[in-house]
Ligand binder design. Sequence first.
Ligand SMILES: Nc1ncnc2c1ncn2[C@@H]1O[C@H](COP(=O)(O)OP(=O)(O)OP(=O)(O)O)[C@@H](O)[C@H]1O
Ligand SMILES: [Mg+2]
Length: 389
Amino acid sequence: MTDHVDTARRSSLVSPTGTGAAVRIEGLLKTFGAVAAVDHIDLDIKAGEFFTLLGPSGCGKTTTLRMIGGLERPDAGKVTVGDDVVVSVSDRRFVQPDKRDMGMVFQSYALWPHMTVFENVAYPLKMRGLRKADIRDRVEETLRLVGLEGFSSRPSPLLSGGQQQRVALARALVYSPRVLLLDEPLSNLDAKLRVTMRQELKDLQTRVDVTMIYVTHDQTEALSLSDRIAIMNSGRVEQVGTPQQIYLHPATAFAQDFLGQTISIDGRVDGPGVVKVAGDVENLIHVAMDPAKIAVGDEVTVAIRPEQMLTHDTMPSGAESRNIIRLVVEEATFVGDHYEYKGQVGDALAVIPLPSNKRYAVGETVYLEFPESAAAVWPKGAEVADHID
Ligand SMILES: Nc1ncnc2c1ncn2[C@@H]1O[C@H](COP(=O)(O)OP(=O)(O)OP(=O)(O)O)[C@@H](O)[C@H]1O
Ligand SMILES: [Mg+2]
């Protein structure tokens, strides 16, 4: 319980860092009418970890976060923070949000517009009954931490979006919570500021000992910030792992498609570890496959990470034993640092990003080679992610 909060730590004048706590989520369920917004999820988040819930719109990220924070009551399940059970449906236990020792930052900064920066950040400490001098020291310290020293007396509406978000962060951190919950905190910022703030968040994590649970549908944010990511889909967790694990070894077709770019090519399993590209008698793809899941003769989709592709202008020799696909360019789109080529691969239309140092014209054939490790194979029709961004 949070009632046992370490008051010495609360009123100490040392830097405003608490001690991150582990968060365990067991069998968490939330239904709205007939829809299970969060469908019996289990997660083990380590103390001090930067943990991200990543998934498309409506997959249940916010609902999960709100149940952890106590803003939403689950229909079943349990959440434990450190040694404290903050909610357990079967034990009829529910700790109020302000007693959970958690900070929260939302997409809308939700600052109080009639207050200065100082008053906004000081508010949670006032509510907790700290002495005036302690409040002043702690607020100044926290503002320094988020790079807002000297802004104390500024009315909060007179701040830029990035500065307002920093105030919201300071307000959430000022009482040294054990856990910081962040729901798409950067999505209201313009693209450039988002990158800056992302870096600042990462720096902040190294300076503050707090467990961060971060919600986003932005894969770049998730990959660059997180120690571990949980990929969510329709209220369920598809995979949990480090950014590298999930990106390089996606456990499901959905995870593969949602995270990073993939090129999907349909085919038929021709022999163990070999797929014949649909509509192209010559094209074979060598790819590792699990015989328990995929058998010879099965219709499959091969998913390839495009960044590992090499281009050739003519069919290289020994092509039978190498992974080479042929793309006939139908449309080339310049998108800054690369081109996107749309065209026929086998009997399917594919969009393939390639570096802009070489330009292919419409009608040209490009031979694309990739290592076996850049490809994965799924049964055809396995659920894949809707692309966003
Ligand atoms: N108060 C509510 N009443 C009814 N349905 C709700 C409520 N809150 C959420 N839902 C539904 O629950 C599902 C999950 O919503 P949630 O807000 O958790 O998704 P999300 O992953 O945060 O999406 P986004 O990326 O768009 O913020 C959605 O289908 C949503 O419509
Ligand atoms: Mg949401």
